[in-house]
Design a protein around this ligand. Structure first.
Ligand code: PMP
Length: 358
């Protein structure tokens, strides 16, 4: 089964140590806990669970995609020992790829807009990646960081452009691991799965597996941040509007149907848009009630899971994704000044304001 290959990598596990040990970084990806969210389960009369993807060794759900894409390229002979992995990214995918490349002995080259924080550049460099900050220009411009990544890889022997948005090895990694894990952890009793999408890999791969395994019984819903076009695309039966507006959530929202999302989009059961004030309130609420310190996309996912549970009614099980921790965003999410600048200070009730310590 592919999930076993993902867990152990392609090198055989050394028997010099306990057979319960996993094989380095690669072996530690996946098998995350499914976390019962008590307060919101009790309030809705449902079972609401979040997949603890922040526990992946690189700290996010994107470790699975990074590993899946690299292993797919190895299996297809596109990437050989000593090769180079190239991606245009400013976020979790780059971090996941940098880790996987160190663990598997590849060079990692990341192109990103030069508007990104120095912390992100430093972290990627600390993980051994070569970082190229390039002018922040629109996708239509050939100098855009994505095109530069593609062209750089095309001109280098034994190099791949991982192309996380349209390379379906991304969704396949979730089909092979995240979906089966949620199915096993809920003992097949998962009535609905909902999460937001960036590339669409998590939603499409996990959703496709759960739909197939449940013979169509598990509903699959999409959660969208403000400024993204996917909710209206689904609600209107396939009309793509212009992208406008923005959100405090990072790593999610989309202006087009990527190849990854395209593998499932027609089978989605519905979609919600979650406003930023609800997401930030939930972020603080999850910290206060569950002790979970999560990024904003995780909080948005839980808001959407609660709304879906209310729609389905008591007795149902709804699963979502806790994508990453708050550590990468804490200077914003827990800063009073930042909350005020975003007009979100009133989204947080007085008893939770104590957490905004920066
Ligand atoms: N949350 C965060 C924090 C992310 O970085 C991403 C990936 N961009 C997602 C959610 C969405 O995951 P996917 O790309 O699989 O749709």
């Amino acid at each position: 089964m592919m999930s076993a290959a993902l867990r152990t990598g392609t090198k055989p596990l050394s028997r010099a140590f306990s057979s319960r040990a996993v094989d380095g970084f690669v072996g530690a990806v996946g098998n995350t806990p499914l976390i019962y969210l008590k307060k919101w389960s009790e309030k809705t009369g449902c079972t609401i669970v979040g997949k603890g993807e922040f526990q992946n060794p690189g700290g996010s759900v994107k470790d699975r995609a990074a590993l899946g894409i690299v292993q797919d390229a190895e299996a297809r002979g596109l990437l050989k020992p000593g090769g180079t992995v190239v991606e245009g990214t400013a976020g979790n995918t780059g971090i996941g790829l940098a880790h996987v490349c160190r663990a598997r002995g590849y060079k990692c080259v990341i192109f990103m807009p030069n508007t990104q924080s120095q912390e992100k550049i430093d972290l990627l460099r600390m993980l051994g990646a070569e970082v190229h900050p390039v002018p922040a220009v629109a996708y239509e411009n050939p100098a855009n960081y994505n095109h530069q990544a593609r062209d750089y890889a095309a001109n280098l022997p034994n190099a791949i452009w991982t192309d996380q948005f349209d390379n379906t090895a991304n969704a396949n990694a979730h089909y092979a691991t995240t979906g089966p894990e949620i199915w096993e952890q809920t003992e097949g009793k998962v009535d609905a799965f909902i999460c937001a999408t960036g590339t669409g890999g998590t939603l499409a791969g996990t959703g496709k597996f759960l739909k197939e395994k449940s013979k169509g019984k598990t509903q699959i819903w999409l959660a969208d941040p403000p400024g993204s076009v996917l909710q209206s695309y689904i609600a209107s039966g396939g009309k793509l509007k212009e992208r406008s507006g923005s959100s405090i959530t990072e790593g999610i929202g989309q202006g087009r149907i990527t190849q990854n999302l395209g593998t499932l989009v027609k089978d989605l059961d519905g979609a919600f848009t979650v406003p930023d004030d609800k997401s930030i309130h939930m972020l603080y609420d999850l910290l206060d009630n569950e002790g979970l310190y999560l990024g904003a996309s995780s909080a948005l996912n839980v808001v959407a899971a609660v709304e879906l549970a209310q729609k389905l009614g008591p007795g149902h099980t709804v699963a979502t994704i806790l994508c990453d921790g708050a550590y990468r965003y804490q200077s914003r999410l827990f800063s009073k000044k930042w909350l005020e600048a975003k007009g979100l200070q009133d989204a947080i009730p007085d008893h939770l304001k104590k957490y905004a310590v920066l």
